[in-house]
Design a protein around this ligand. Structure first.
Ligand code: CA
Length: 246
């Protein structure tokens, strides 16, 4: 696609059925092409602060003004969010040790651009296939890489939420970046582990394949995650790509 893509998107977050606070944060802004999910962690509501700083830093750095967000700024903005969270945690002992995942997608006329840290996932549904375009920074993913766990075993593993990388827990962070092309009909999903731990990928694919718009699709994903247990905060950002003028 050469022309600026026409994007339709929805972002929904739910506290789940077990937790009392929602430490997830999300953002969807088709005009700038910026979409973000962050899943915070830390006691005394610190996780909420960490995920909020992540989303605020990214929107401020990438989507503050007219035009689309700049992919070249994606990794620096995530590194800046890391510094801000780390500093805030040092200055406020009640928030010591707080952190967050961040998964941020920019969609522009050149394609898609992903930056992420942690285990909030990005998926692309294309030609009837669900492609996981992020790679979890988690202990169970390392076991999958070593052939010791299958993806499904990893999803159901008691240590599935143990991260090997997060924002805010250290002074520096390594950001994973990935880019790809865009096609008419592409559907992206950004989701916190409250969703991906509850729903098998086959079911996620079926829901994304439906005829509904992004809002209804995000609603269904959250609804089914809650039906499956809703053990954690649950967040879905769904993005539909249509050709310009289509
Ligand atoms: Ca979570």
């Amino acid at each position: 696609m050469n022309a600026t893509p026409d994007l339709d998107a929805a972002a929904l977050s739910h506290v789940g059925r077990v937790r009392t606070e929602n430490e997830d944060a999300c953002h969807a802004d088709p005009p700038s092409g910026l979409f973000v999910v962050a899943d915070g962690m830390g006691g005394h509501a610190a996780g909420e602060v960490a995920s909020r700083i992540a989303v605020e830093t990214l929107t401020e750095a990438l989507a503050d003004g007219p035009g689309t967000a700049s992919p070249g700024e994606l990794a620096p903005a995530i590194e800046e969010a890391n510094r801000r969270i780390h500093r805030d945690a040092r200055e406020n002992p009640s928030r010591s040790g707080m952190g967050t995942t961040v998964t941020a997608l920019i969609v522009d006329d050149a394609g898609w651009h992903l930056g992420h840290v942690g285990d909030s996932r990005a998926y692309l549904r294309r030609d009837g296939e669900l492609l996981r375009i992020s790679k979890d920074h988690s202990w169970v993913q390392e076991q999958v890489d070593r052939g010791k766990l299958s993806r499904e075993e990893a999803r159901l593993h008691p240590a599935s939420s143990m991260l090997t990388r997060a924002l805010g827990t250290a002074r520096d962070v390594e950001v994973d970046r990935r880019d790809g092309d865009l096609r008419e009909g592409d559907v992206f999903l950004l989701a916190s582990d409250g969703l991906t731990d509850m729903l098998p990928e086959d079911r996620v694919e079926e829901i994304l394949a439906g005829e509904d718009g992004p809002e209804e699709t995000a609603r269904r994903l959250i609804h089914e995650s809650l039906e499956a247990g809703g053990r954690d905060n649950t967040t879905a950002v769904v993005i539909h790509v249509r050709p310009a003028g289509g």
